[in-house]
Ligand binder design. Structure first.
Ligand SMILES: [Cu+2]
Length: 384
């Protein structure tokens, strides 16, 4: 049923849609697949969880292909994105930035119910980079407020893939407003090194990085808006400058630091999936490494080893495995350090365990420079 309010909002947003000059993806004629129930495969409902956590899953499976059922509810909502209380008109799947990570195995079918409740003001859809055809599903999933749709696609290739909202005429705005997540398609036999050795993780975390563009008033103060529609024109102007006001992990400055730090134990292997749906980034674990890194996230390619920093192309998700060897607080950053330290792109790992002196030891603590060394320095000599 279309309410009067929806009809009005729909008209308003359609007008908005066509005022936007740039269209990232051209529309295409699509074939509507047959209604569900035509596949005689076992089904499993998967309950999604809020990132950085990931729903329980098998890494390798002996089961045959299945239909994995997921539900995403679109939620437009005002959120706070920094310690100064700056507000942001977010658009989300399931209320979180990033949206929940989905995990399936190659050959499985992903069956998504996408719900756009009446409380929202805009049409939305979903484009899965893991899917084939119809703009990644974008052309088959347009839902106005008060509508829902069911899309099914076959996960025919392995890897970590971004999914995002992509409504015609408003794609970049919806993406930089929060509407992106990741699906991980695992090989049925699990992850492997280049020479075929099995790789396993003890824990998995999902970090979604966002570049945010918050308009300022004439005094340089961040503006507050009541609805995404009201923020649209000003936000688009900031977006076109290509200089983000915030670069954040998981929706806001400090979402994964301090008491929100990700945790691990010495000896545990962590799988770290990192997505950026719009802009390039370069994750780095300070004091650690990427033991095995699928920079592009695609598991058919052999993982690179022992990386210091890895590159995530805008519009993709990468995956890294690391076994922690020392306890302590580790910063996990975008190694554009200005974005990490000034704009927010920093997370923490709190790692418990026993320190290994062989790997690192403070041989002598800081102390005054001895007189003979001072003397040498005064003569311009390098002591020792
Ligand atoms: Cu959207």
């Amino acid at each position: 049923m279309i309410t009067r309010r929806n009809a009005l909002m729909g008209a308003a947003m359609t007008a908005l849609t066509f005022t936007t000059a740039a269209r990232a993806e051209a529309p295409t004629k699509v074939m509507t697949p047959a209604a569900g129930g035509d596949l005689n495969l076992p089904r499993e409902k998967v309950k999604l969880v809020t990132p950085p956590f990931v729903h329980p899953h098998e890494q390798a499976t002996t089961k045959g292909p299945m239909i994995k059922e997921f539900t995403l509810v679109i939620e437009e909502k005002k959120v706070v994105i920094d310690e100064q209380g700056t507000t942001f008109q977010a658009m989300t799947f399931n209320g979180s930035m990033p949206a929940p990570m989905m995990v399936v195995h190659q050959g499985d079918y992903v069956e998504l119910t996408l719900i756009n409740p009446e409380t929202n003001t805009m049409p939305h859809n979903i484009d899965f980079h893991a899917a084939t055809g119809a703009l990644g599903g974008g052309a088959l999933t347009h839902v106005n407020p008060g509508e829902q749709v069911v899309l099914r696609f076959k996960a025919d290739r392995t890897g970590t893939f971004v999914y995002h909202c992509a409504p015609e005429g408003m794609i970049p705005w919806h993406v930089v407003s929060g509407m992106s997540g990741t699906i991980m398609v695992l090989p049925r036999e699990g992850l492997k090194t280049a020479d075929g050795k099995a790789l396993k993780y003890d824990k998995i975390y999902y970090v979604g990085e966002y570049d945010l563009y918050v308009p300022r008033d004439e005094n340089g103060k961040y503006k507050d808006y009541d609805t995404p529609g009201e923020a649209y024109a000003d936000t688009l102007e900031v977006m076109r400058g290509l200089v983000p006001t915030h670069v954040v992990f998981n929706g806001k400055v400090g979402a994964l630091t301090g008491k929100n730090a990700m945790t691990a134990k010495v000896g545990e292997t962590i799988m770290l999936v990192h997505s950026q749906a719009n802009r390039d980034t370069r994750p780095h674990l300070i004091g650690g490494h990427g033991d095995y890194v699928w920079e592009t996230g695609k598991f058919d390619n052999p993982p690179e080893k022992n990386l210091e920093t890895w590159f995530i192309r805008g519009g993709s998700a990468g995956a890294a495995l690391y076994t922690f060897k020392q306890p302590g607080i580790y910063a996990y950053v975008n190694h554009n350090l200005i974005e990490a330290a000034e704009l927010g792109a920093t997370a923490h790992f709190k790692v418990e365990g026993k320190w290994n002196d062989d790997l690192m030891k403070q041989v002598k603590p800081p102390q005054p420079i001895p007189p003979q060394v001072q003397g040498a320095l005064r003569k311009g000599m390098i002591p020792g």
